[in-house]
Design a protein around this ligand. Structure first.
Ligand code: HEM
Length: 437
């Protein structure tokens, strides 16, 4: 997996490549390739370092409090967590990335964004098949297909155009804030715009590092759509699965609540959130992107850490792959390997993170040896952002509410481009009993 994710012999697979083409601006980091991708990543990273992300903590806390107000209205009843948690995740991104509230995004954008999220995470088998076939069509044909009067394509076109407008407005606001001497480093766009302004005022811009690191306004605007989409459903689903598992395991829920209440008695710092194991164990069992598709761009061999026996009984230490061959990185399977995570790898057991069950091996991903955020040059740009956000949200959710299962725990997991929770009839929903403590 490390080899596939880090080697230039593998590119993004045809189906995800097609999805990116449809969903985001061609200058978005996720669509960029080679040196352009490296440059955009380096520039954007300024807004996603550990210290940058700590600046967003007060935003996450404020959004979490609003989420509590909403959930409190449902106390004592069976409540679908999806709408409230999804709205909270969108608020966190719009405030911490763009510096504006969800209301400022406008109803049309919010409605379309929600539809795009459900398009990408709740596809039927037929839709997935159609996407896979469409992704094999020549690029020109794929571009033309986008203009067919199909409802899904209308949503995609609308989101692209609205994201562009919102991005432009955010940049205009940053410029006005800079002219008034306001602190700009409270959100991602503010930080990036600050770097851009500094680069323009550098004494010798051609030689300045800042010049190298800055984005053009057009490039900055182009990131709006992907940042708004990438962090909403991924975070929402992780929160939902975490609450579900804690409802299934009241002993862990009580333990986590006691830890949260104890940490609140001390000084409230980022450290207080770091003690929580909930995001780790949830991301291990339920990585939103369970399977990652790559395509071999040049004949190569994949080296194997542990040899495997082929049908002739011979031990193979590598697998040859040919140009054009699609390779699947089975993230969810890796994260349930007994050799790596213990005999009970299929169970939700947070103590594995502290009792020595997990051997420290070669790091495959950026966080806790998990591949949920992928690895290599395409590793999730927002992983630190997501972790702190989820730690704050889990603290609020478990600190303020108790969660229990409906009478029959018939909820199940469905993989439809992303792992989601569904009812027996296949409807995306997370009905749990919640009670305000
Ligand atoms: C639980 C939360 C999250 C998970 C599990 C997650 C996972 C991932 C994965 C697996 C990828 C690689 C996708 C691919 O190449 O096919 C990715 C890319 C990306 N993620 Fe995340 N993500 C999360 C939250 C976020 C957040 C909150 C943001 C931003 C605020 C974000 C921004 C991005 C961006 C911009 C990329 C594209 C990076 C590139 O192509 O260089 N993600 N994420």
């Amino acid at each position: 997996m490390q080899y596939i994710l880090n080697s230039p012999h593998f590119g993004r697979g045809p189906a995800p490549e097609h999805t990116m083409e449809l969903m985001v601006d061609q200058n978005a980091v996720v669509a960029a390739k080679g040196d352009t991708h490296k440059r955009l990543r380096a520039a954007l990273n300024i807004g996603f370092t550990s210290s940058a992300v700590r600046n967003y903590q007060p935003i996450f806390e404020r959004v979490a409090e609003k989420m509590t107000e909403q959930l409190s209205k449902c106390s004592g009843s069976l409540t679908d967590l999806y709408p409230i948690l999804s709205r909270a995740a969108l608020s966190a991104i719009s405030e911490a990335v763009l510096g504006c509230s969800v209301r400022d995004l406008g109803e049309a954008f919010v409605a379309n964004n929600e539809r795009i999220v459900s398009l990408s995470s709740c596809q039927s088998s037929t839709q997935i098949l159609v996407d896979a076939i469409a992704s094999r069509l020549p690029k020109m044909v794929r571009g033309a297909v986008m203009y067919l009067p199909i409802a899904a394509f209308k949503v995609l076109r609308a989101v692209k155009s609205l994201a562009d407008q919102i991005g432009r407005r955010a940049i205009a606001e940053k410029l006005a804030a800079a002219q008034q001497g306001a602190n700009m480093r409270t959100d991602v766009f503010g930080m990036l715009y600050f770097v851009r302004l500094k680069s323009r005022h550098a004494v010798n811009p051609e030689q300045s590092d800042l010049k190298k690191n800055g984005l053009t306004e057009q490039e900055l605007v182009a990131q709006t759509g992907i940042l708004m989409i990438a962090g909403q459903d991924t975070v929402t689903n992780t929160l939902v699965f975490g609450c579900l598992e804690l409802a299934r395991h009241p002993e862990f829920q009580h333990q986590l609540r006691a830890e949260i209440h104890a940490s609140r008695r001390g000084p409230l710092s980022t450290f207080a959130y770091e003690t929580h194991w909930c995001p780790k164990e949830t991301l291990r069992l339920y990585p939103p992107e369970a399977i990652h598709e790559r395509i071999t761009v040049q004949d190569t061999v994949i080296p194997l850490a542990d040899g495997i026996k082929n049908s002739k009984g011979e031990v193979m230490n590598h697998i040859p792959v040919q140009k054009g061959q699609v390779v699947l990185v089975a993230i969810a399977s890796y994260q349930r390997l007994q050799s790596r995570w213990g005999e009970d790898a299929h169970q939700f057991r947070p103590s594995r993170w502290v009792d020595g069950t997990i051997e420290q091996g070669q790091a495959v991903g950026p966080y806790a040896n998990l591949l949920s955020f992928l690895g290599g040059p395409r590793v999730c740009l927002g992983w630190r952002f997501a972790i702190l956000e989820m730690q704050v949200f889990f603290s609020e959710l478990i600190g303020e509410f108790s969660f229990s299962l409906p009478e029959d725990d018939s909820l199940r997991t469905l993989y439809a481009n992303m792992l989601i929770l569904v009812t027996p009839s296949g409807e995306k929903a997370a009905p749990l009993y919640i009670t305000r403590i």
